[in-house]
Design a protein around this ligand. Structure first.
Ligand code: MN3
Length: 250
């Protein structure tokens, strides 16, 4: 199976039809793949997408109701079908007349314009497309709790124990002032927690992303109002997808 088969590529007809579930094969750049594909081919989980603009909204790995009651379908569907889609549409509009940028994959595009203030709009929308796809895959129905296996060993080695990781991740997510993201990354062989403002993404800095949590208010306000700490706890206790994290380790 060709790696590029798993590029950022929702089937537009499927999206228009309103089918958010199924597909199994997810999408997005070098870190988002189909677990089925990895299992089937034995290929490394981290892949490089070769798809170029126009980008499309990636397929979800579960139905938009699947994370209820922790994350409501209302929150999820607005977040995915409105916010995420707007970033995709904005990005396509911004690069459509730019031959250089249109020739790049999403990841290459993000890395190319990162830090270029004249391309801030392109960066913000491209990174938000990538970050959101990564976020959907960082969760699963019935997720959360303590991991096992290799990711658990890595967490223990890097943070001391799982509770210390939880504290570090929660603190990062709570203290990201305003909009942004909390991440578990691998950097130089060690795991670390980082927070980024707005659309910033550790991927652009060459770090290997393992898990992310969107802490923009639109991610939780309908379900938790101003109680960001409760949203963070719900993510860690009931949603986080440790298998995705482990696969991202490579
Ligand atoms: Mn968001």
């Amino acid at each position: 199976m060709n790696r590029s088969d798993f590029a950022l590529s929702i089937d537009r007809r499927q999206f228009v039809a309103g089918s958010l579930a199924g597909a199994g094969a997810l999408a997005l750049g070098s870190q988002l793949t189909s677990s089925n594909a990895s299992a089937a081919t034995g290929a490394p989980h981290i892949m490089t997408s070769t798809q170029t603009a126009p980008f499309s909204l990636p397929t979800l790995p579960y139905a938009d109701t699947a994370l209820e009651p922790v994350m409501s379908a209302k929150t999820f569907s607005f977040h995915y079908a409105k916010h995420h889609k707007a970033y995709v549409d904005n990005l396509n509009g911004l690069v459509k007349d730019n031959a250089e940028l249109s020739a790049l994959s999403l990841e290459a595009l993000i890395k190319k314009v990162a830090g270029d203030s004249s391309k801030a709009g392109v960066f913000n929308n491209a990174a938000q497309v990538w970050n959101h796809t990564f976020f959907w895959n960082s969760m699963k129905p019935g997720g959360g709790g303590k991991p096992s296996g290799r990711i658990a060993d890595k967490i223990n080695a890097s943070f001391g124990d799982f509770d210390k990781f939880k504290t570090a991740f929660s603190d990062a997510a709570k203290t990201q002032f305003g909009s942004g993201w909390a991440w578990l990354v691998e950097d130089g062989g060690k795991l670390a927690v980082v927070k980024t403002p707005n659309a910033e993404t550790p991927m652009a800095q060459g770090k290997k992303c393992l898990i992310t949590l969107d802490v923009w208010e639109h991610a939780y306000y309908l379900d938790f109002q101003n109680r960001r700490p409760d949203y963070i706890a719900a993510f860690l206790d009931k949603l986080v997808n440790w298998e995705f994290a482990e696969k991202n380790l490579g």
